[in-house]
Design a protein around this ligand. Structure first.
Ligand code: TRP
Length: 520
């Protein structure tokens, strides 16, 4: 058993099942239930599958094997793992990943706070036809539900409270690391599957429900030459499998050395993508049955469009309330098992580095995290027309998401493959992986890690950046739509990037106890 720098055990999973539940709980999240379907629809239904499957097999599974291998080989969380194989530059990439992921977690938890708010509405108000919206400073009006309910909530300070609650849940679940995470996921993960299956049965048995499913699988190959589809598929795979977050490395550091990591990676990936696939059945059948066109952004899908579909289920409120409640509980459980995984990855990285006690680390992480999440919940109305994102918090969220999700994860994936493939040597990690695995990784694994994945990532990233430049940087259309005091937000991506670079550099330069990690 590995010791944390303070000499306390770093913790270990009790059983292999516990590890699988926790890793798949991390992977299965909001990404599986709504983001996937929204992306799939946006990119032409069935056409998304091909890039998605290619990304899964050629990139997702190998990178997961790599992240598991790294954590298990070094017995440390992400930054120190990379430090051990590649020195300071490795550590820098490690902290960058952790910061990137921490930003994602902050807004992810804000979204969960909104889910919580919607859940409290699901017992009543949410299902009313419409609600007045006095809070907007628009002309007094009445909006359709659940749109109205959501924006009424967003324009108050309530979500900050919900966000606090969700952070408290997170802290409770990670309080003793793998031990308490295992306890929680043993209940949450099976429950998620049950709720999902109930929703699917309801969805596909609706009149026309099954046609919706067909819609999801009807290919439209014309979009395949669009680089955005590939970037979408690549980022979706990284996000949904929790790769590029440093999570899988931290989780695998709590496994005994003799674990069959390759098999674990396959099981985790298949559980995740299986869940994603069947979630598509539920989402598309409900959408189609009620003849809705989801041109939707992912959040619209989650907060208006699907709830709108649920509100029209046959059987009136007696059916709507239980299914609606179940939908939001499902989102909350799925989201929690994901967010705790990053909180844990962060806590274990910081403990490796500073040797702090668990409680001290959790308190620090929780306080910063809560402040960050509260920023995304800021209720000020920035866009009086309420097109796109009406509130200040929501708009900042959109910016951060654009960079952290669409670029951050892929950039980290790229560096991670280079560090492990070229500096540590793909064959070294492969030997470690093969030493306890039933399935032997061949030389193809080295080829993927050293050449194919980095090149594919470089290509997609390069293309996206080129589009970003030729089509105008995200956010330039901005100035016309927004109120004067809020136009400064254009600079937000730059500020965030500077912060990332600076803090990762600082962390990997010094600040360690005695300036470096223990050599054990
Ligand atoms: N895999 C998750 C999903 O599909 C996303 C995720 C994993 C995540 N770990 C996270 C999000 C940590 C925020 C923080 O939804």
């Amino acid at each position: 058993m590995y010791l944390a720098p303070d000499g306390v055990s770093r913790g270990q999973w009790k059983t292999r099942l516990g590890f699988i539940l926790a890793a798949s709980g991390s992977a299965i999240g909001l990404g599986n239930i709504v983001f996937f379907s929204a992306n799939a629809y946006r990119f032409g239904g069935g056409a998304f599958y091909l890039p998605y499957l290619i990304a899964l097999f050629a990139m997702g599974i190998p990178v997961m094997i790599l992240e598991f291998g790294l954590g298990n080989f070094t017995g440390r969380a992400f930054p120190e793992s990379l430090y051990r194989i590649a020195g300071k530059k490795g550590e820098f990439v490690g902290w960058w990943a952790i910061f990137n992921a921490f930003f994602i977690t902050m807004y992810y938890i804000t979204i969960l706070g909104w889910v919580f708010g919607m859940l409290t509405g699901a017992f009543g108000d949410l299902w009313k036809e419409s609600l007045p919206v006095p809070a907007f400073g628009l002309e007094e009006g009445v909006l359709d539900n659940p749109y109205a309910y959501f924006f009424r909530m967003l324009s108050t300070w309530q979500p900050v409270l919900f966000v606090l609650l969700v952070w408290i849940f997170n802290v409770i679940i990670v309080r003793r690391g793998p031990e308490t995470i295992e306890q929680a996921t043993r209940i949450f993960v099976p429950l998620m599957w049950i709720f999902m299956i109930v929703l699917i049965i309801r969805g596909v048995t609706l009149t026309n429900g099954f046609e919706g499913v067909m819609l999801l699988f009807t290919p439209d190959f014309s979009v395949m030459k669009d680089s955005a589809v590939w970037q979408g598929a690549f980022s979706q795979i990284f996000f949904t499998l929790s790769l590029g977050f440093g999570i899988m490395t931290a989780y695998a550091s709590y496994l005994p050395k003799k674990s069959d990591l390759t098999q674990n990676a396959f099981i985790t990936s298949f559980l995740n993508c299986g869940f994603e696939y069947i979630a598509g059945l539920a989402v598309f059948s409900i959408l189609f049955a009620f003849a809705m066109v989801p041109r939707a952004s992912t959040l619209a899908m989650m907060f208006f469009i699907l709830p709108k579909g649920i509100s029209q289920l046959p059987g009136g409120l007696q059916a709507v309330i239980p299914f609606g409640t179940m939908f939001f509980i499902l989102l909350l459980l799925a989201g929690l098992t994901s967010s705790v995984s990053l909180v844990e990855a962060l806590v274990s990285s910081m403990r490796d580095k500073f040797g702090w006690s668990r409680w001290k680390t959790i308190t620090v992480a929780g306080c910063f995290g809560f402040i960050g999440s509260a920023v995304f919940a800021l209720p000020q109305i920035v866009n009086p027309g309420l097109q796109d994102n009406g509130t200040l918090g929501f708009t900042i969220l959109d910016f951060v998401d654009h960079w952290a999700f669409s670029y951050g994860l892929l950039i980290i994936g790229l560096f991670e493959c280079i560090l492990v493939g070229w500096i540590m040597g793909a064959d070294t990690i492969r030997a470690h992986l093969n030493s306890h695995s039933r399935m032997r990784l061949g030389i193809w694994f080295d080829a993927l890690i050293k050449y194919i994945i980095p090149l594919a990532l470089l290509f997609v990233l390069g293309y996206s950046i080129k589009n970003e430049i030729t089509d105008g940087l995200y956010g330039t259309a901005f100035s016309e739509n927004y109120n004067e005091p809020y136009r400064f937000m254009r600079y937000f991506p730059g500020i965030v990037l500077a912060f990332w670079l600076l803090s990762s550099t600082l962390l990997s330069l010094r600040l360690t106890r005695k300036g470096k990690y223990e050599s054990s």
